[in-house]
Design a protein around this ligand. Structure first.
Ligand code: PLP
Length: 390
């Protein structure tokens, strides 16, 4: 698969950088000062866009917001302190009591909990639809306020036809939101499919080094202005300058890292699919038939899942791994697994129980280690975990 390279400015900043530095500076400042009364009065009267306070704008955060806008082909963006803060920022400003959200099944577990707890308490009802069924998605849209997508979905890695759903949503006046953390704009540009708002957990691939949390929302100028009024200023979960700096730093290698995550993920997925001790592999790259069109998947992230056969002990499998570590999150250099069996035990609103993820499912984030090393590790762990010999 060839990867387009419309993103030369990932490598170095296109904007002038103070003192011609090769990397953007961190403006580690909470506020910005004024020379006199007139200067501050002008700002509050809306006559000047001087910087005021970093909960509003900070130049390091703005640098990252500009970059995601260029990559996603959108108009404006806002940075948040985490992916969840970005999801709240993208959804909460647009809904009120009595509204209905249409969401895909198998969405990110904490987004599901947000919809099922906080939003339900405020009178917003969410219905869940199998996103693979484009007609069912479109049929659910009339009268809805917002449609929430994740393509591929968490744990099951199911795809949606973003173009068909995006166009239908636009026709019906329904705001469309997608979590694009898995594909990143390197492999998927949902704005080209007609999706309004794109959310990123920058904690994952964008930062890429497991050393920071962050979130981004990007989309049309008008919608981002509304998000800015309410989410950035009033909820206040704003991205910090240091986090923006780290994410910018990570993104200089995003294209290279995504190529490696894709290749390694595909290598492992294909090998596991051939192994009799694995009953299913959930990876969009293994689908015979994928929705395609403007803005949709041009490549694959390295995160996928597989189901262990009966006779393979989940706990023993996890404990036998020597290179792949056990841990939540993904998108960093190190390969990680998380066993569904452990996550199923969560109390309360639970995406596993609601939509039926098998307790034998293992989610694997293929990192940047050599693929052969990872495969050897997975196969030896399968050997160890075999409770009955065939
Ligand atoms: C991790 C994740 C999030 C949340 O991001 P945080 O930075 O951890 O809040 C949102 N969506 C997806 C798909 C994720 O995997």
């Amino acid at each position: 698969m060839t990867i387009p390279d419309p993103h030369p400015d990932l490598i170095s900043p296109t904007r002038p950088v103070p003192l011609d530095a090769s990397a953007p500076p961190i403006f580690q400042a909470s506020s910005f000062l004024f020379d006199d009364y007139a200067q501050i009065a002008d700002v509050f009267a809306g006559h000047s866009d001087r910087l005021v306070y970093s909960r509003g704008d900070n130049p390091t955060v703005s640098e990252l917001e500009g970059l995601i806008v260029r990559l996603e082909g959108t108009e404006a963006a806002r940075g948040f302190s985490s992916g969840m803060a970005a999801i709240c920022g993208a959804v909460l400003p647009f809904v009120q009591s009595g509204d209905r959200i249409v969401a895909v099944e198998h969405l990110y577990s904490d987004a599901f909990r947000l919809f099922e707890t906080v939003l339900r308490r405020f009178g917003v009802d969410t219905v869940y639809v199998d996103g693979r069924d484009t007609q069912a998605m479109i049929d659910a849209l009339p009268g809805a306020r917002l449609v929430y997508l994740e393509s591929p979905t968490s744990w099951t890695f199911r795809l949606q036809d973003l173009h068909a759903i995006g166009q239908a949503a636009r026709r019906l006046g329904v705001i469309s939101v997608i979590d694009n953390s898995w594909a990143t704009p390197i492999f998927q540009r949902p704005a080209d499919a007609g999706i309004d708002l794109i959310v990123h957990a920058a904690s994952k691939y964008l930062s890429g080094h497991s050393d920071t949390l962050g979130g981004l929302v990007t989309g049309p100028r008008g919608m981002i202005a509304r998000i800015d009024d309410e989410a950035t200023h009033l909820f206040g979960g704003r991205m910090a300058p240091m986090d923006a700096f780290l994410i910018l730093r990570g993104m200089r290698t995003l294209r290279l890292r995504m190529q490696t995550h894709m290749q390694t993920g595909l290598t492992l997925a294909h090998a596991l699919k051939k192994d009799q001790r694995v009953t299913a592999v959930h990876h969009p790259g293994l689908l015979a038939d994928r929705p395609s069109g403007p803005g949709m998947l041009m490549g694959f992230g390295g995160l996928f899942a597989f189901d262990l056969a009966e006779g393979i002990d989940v706990e023993r499998f996890c404990n036998a791994l020597q290179v792949v570590r056990i841990g939540v999150s993904w998108g960093g250099p190190e390969s990680l697994i998380i066993p569904g069996q452990a996550a199923c035990g969560l109390a309360g609103a639970n995406v596993f129980r609601r939509f039926g993820v098998s307790p034998r499912t293992i989610r694997l984030a293929a990192g940047l280690e050599p693929a052969t090393l990872l495969l050897t590790d997975l196969l030896q762990a399968l050997d160890h975990a075999q409770t009955v010999t065939a």
